[in-house]
Design a protein around this ligand. Structure first.
Ligand code: DAH
Length: 351
């Protein structure tokens, strides 16, 4: 038996020597150690042996089984290691290679301007409110003290959807009305409303049939024009720099009394006079005023108790001034090169 054992072991070693795949190794395993394998079948001869012989033979047979199993399992490990090494080699990552740069998008400059204004007002306790763009005549005009047929309507070239009833809002002021009505004359109001507005005038590069306004309203007790002046002063400094000066000029709006145009000192020439400010040293940035008693009353607020101020910025105008943009249409085209140029301008203005 000893001889046979050594011979089978030798045979097995030769059989597995050149194997490189697990499947082939499994086949050899079956050939030697499977149910009908060469080694397993040796135990059939046990039956005819004496007890002494059985002892001797059985011992050698077990050794043969164990040693063969070890040989095969060692081979299995070698093959697996080789496969793994091959895989690692082929999946090697060179971390010294330059990275692929992914182009990063950025918000439109107008959107950023609006967010900037929102942040300033929110820091002063104002809510940011939304309203419908398809509006009823009563919210866009009537409750704002602009009755049907009033000449003040002419200034806002309105797109009517249903004559004298439904329109595309020509200003964000109807959101003032809706907000006041929702509070039923019982609470103070402090809100801004940025949003799209529509007018038919599009006859030059600084006007478009669609533009963004940022409306603001504050209603409380004992609010005066000086509160408006103080608020405007803070906003202007935050948006255009600490050295920015402000002034009011008398104006007219149906929904405010008194009404003003609010100017900031030209941030390009610092008031000396240049093309941006048309040599006046001042730039107009919004209309504003004290909320007309009729508007307060129309919206459920008793004007003998409540007073307030309102204002309306043109968002494009703010961004055009701040970033030196000449043509209002620039905001609405999708030329990535121009959008990227805005990014650079903003970075410069933040320096
Ligand atoms: N709605 C005005 C316009 O479109 C702007 C404006 C002026 C809004 C004065 C106001 C305000 O709230 O008080 O021309």
């Amino acid at each position: 038996m000893n001889e046979k054992k050594e011979q089978l072991k030798k045979e097995l070693k030769e059989a597995i020597a050149n194997i490189t795949e697990i499947n082939a190794l499994n086949e050899v395993k079956v050939e030697y150690l499977g149910k009908k394998g060469k080694i397993t079948e040796l135990s059939n001869t046990l039956r005819e042996m004496s007890i002494e012989e059985k002892k001797e033979f059985g011992k050698l047979l077990n050794e043969l089984k164990e040693e063969s199993t070890t040989l095969i399992e060692e081979k299995r490990k070698q093959i697996e290691e080789k496969i793994l090494n091959k895989k690692l080699e082929s999946e090697k990552i060179d971390i010294s290679l330059p990275a692929v740069t992914i182009p990063v998008g950025s918000p439109n400059i107008l959107e950023r301007m609006i967010e900037e204004v929102e942040e300033v007002f929110m820091s002063m306790g104002y809510d940011v409110v939304d309203g419908p763009e398809i509006e009823e005549d009563k919210y866009n005009f009537e409750l704002l003290n602009i009755p049907k047929g009033h000449p003040a309507r002419d200034a806002q070239d309105t797109f009517y959807i249903k004559e004298e009833e439904i329109l595309l809002r020509s200003q964000t002021s109807p959101v003032q009305v809706r907000t006041m009505l929702s509070k039923k004359g019982e609470e103070a109001v402090r809100m801004i409303c940025p949003g799209k507005t529509y007018r038919r005038d599009d006859d030059d590069a600084t006007h478009s049939h669609q533009f963004m306004q940022i409306e603001g309203l504050l209603v409380d007790k004992e609010i005066s024009l000086s509160d408006l002046k103080g608020t405007f002063d803070i906003i202007a400094k935050k948006l255009f720099g600490e050295d920015c000066k402000t002034r009011f000029r008398p104006s007219y709006y149906q929904f405010t009394e008194p009404s003003v145009e609010t100017d900031v000192s030209c941030f390009k020439c610092k008031g000396e006079g240049c093309s941006l400010c048309k040599n006046t040293g001042w730039i107009t940035v919004s209309g504003a005023g004290m909320v007309h008693p009729n508007v307060l009353r129309n919206c459920g607020y008793d004007p003998t108790i409540w007073t307030g101020f309102a204002f309306g910025f043109g968002a494009e105008r703010l961004a055009m001034l701040k970033y030196g943009i000449q043509d209002v249409r620039t905001f609405y085209n999708t030329d990535l090169r121009e959008l990227k140029a805005f990014d650079r301008k903003e970075m410069e203005s933040n320096d």
